[in-house]
Design a protein around this ligand. Structure first.
Ligand code: GLN
Length: 300
């Protein structure tokens, strides 16, 4: 299959969708992002193809949650006593289930669950430092870093995440002081990467746990399970619709990125900042829908 030509075709096909939706404006720095579209595919043998703005860095936001979960599981921590693995059916920043469920978030990809994962990683030291060194090694880009302007912007508008963290702390489900967990969480979300860098960094999930240098990050089961949780929870209360349209494990972020995994074959990252009502990129979902339709690659 001529992947480069296929990605060009997808970029043309979704052009009418680019600019649809609304940019995330609850983080003011994200509201200033110019429209665009990018798509990159990294295959398990090391090839990378892209189209559109595939080399343009954007804010990874909640896509970072896949990598922090992987790093925690790689440490051997049993994080599943602190966070569940069921879809929430609620928005990503919702508070409502936490009280009914004794401060245990439904899954690691909604904000409450991701705060728990970052707290767990912080128990081992500098969580963002560990995340950056993993992403730099996998992407081959040593200059990947936190976008300080986005981080400051989110830190100034983080009352809801702060509330989630303190609420979980009241149930004993925070190991570190909330301000330091929140600081780590905001900075991890504010990392800037291109579609190319994200696709390459996620390849370990397509390779059943093996990193780009051939070493093993995760066992087969852990890699399979992260993909499973991405499929069921990675696009929040739209996970059913995403599975229906795309048919791959995927994780979105309010920066407009979505990373999806074709196990055994490749990792795909799309970006376009216009979001639907559930916080998923409109053109990004459309592009992944086209990708699996045209290639026939899905987990089903
Ligand atoms: N869905 C997202 O990408 C949300 C991430 C964002 N940093 C937040 O905490 O709200």
């Amino acid at each position: 299959m001529d992947l480069a030509a296929l990605l060009d075709r997808i970029a043309d096909d979704v052009a009418p969708e680019v600019g649809r939706g609304a940019v995330a404006d609850y983080i003011p720095a994200l509201a200033r992002v110019r429209p665009g579209f990018g798509i990159a595919v990294a295959d398990v043998d090391g090839g990378v193809h892209g189209a559109g703005d595939w080399l343009r860095p954007f804010s990874v936001q909640s896509m970072s949650k896949v990598f922090t979960l992987a790093l925690v599981l790689a440490r051997g921590d049993d994080v599943w006593t602190r966070v569940g693995r069921e879809p929430s059916g609620d928005p990503f920043n919702s508070l409502v289930q936490l009280e009914h469920e004794d401060g245990i978030p439904r899954n690691p990809f909604i904000n409450a669950g991701a705060l728990v994962v970052t707290d767990e990683l912080t128990c081992h030291g500098d969580a963002v430092g560990a995340l950056l060194s993993f992403l730099r090694a996998e992407s081959g880009h040593a200059d990947i870093d936190v976008d300080a302007e986005v981080a400051a912007s989110e830190a100034g508008h983080a009352d809801r995440n702060r509330a989630l963290a303190y609420f979980m702390a009241s149930y004993g489900n925070m190991r570190n002081p909330v301000p330091s967990v929140l600081d780590q969480y905001v900075r991890q979300c504010s990392i800037a990467m291109s579609c190319r860098d994200v696709a390459r960094s996620a390849l370990f999930l397509a390779r059943h746990g093996i990193r780009n240098d051939g070493t093993r990050l995760l066992g087969l089961s852990s890699a399979k399970r992260i993909n499973a949780v991405m499929l069921t929870c990675g696009t929040y209360d739209a996970a059913g619709e995403f599975a229906y349209r795309v048919g791959l494990p995927g994780k979105s972020g309010v920066g407009g990125g979505i990373v999806a995994i074709v196990p055994g074959r490749c990792a795909v990252c799309v970006w376009s900042p216009g979001l639907d009502a559930r916080g998923n990129s409109v053109a990004g979902v459309a592009a992944l829908d086209r990708f699996t339709t045209l290639t026939g690659w899905s987990v089903f």
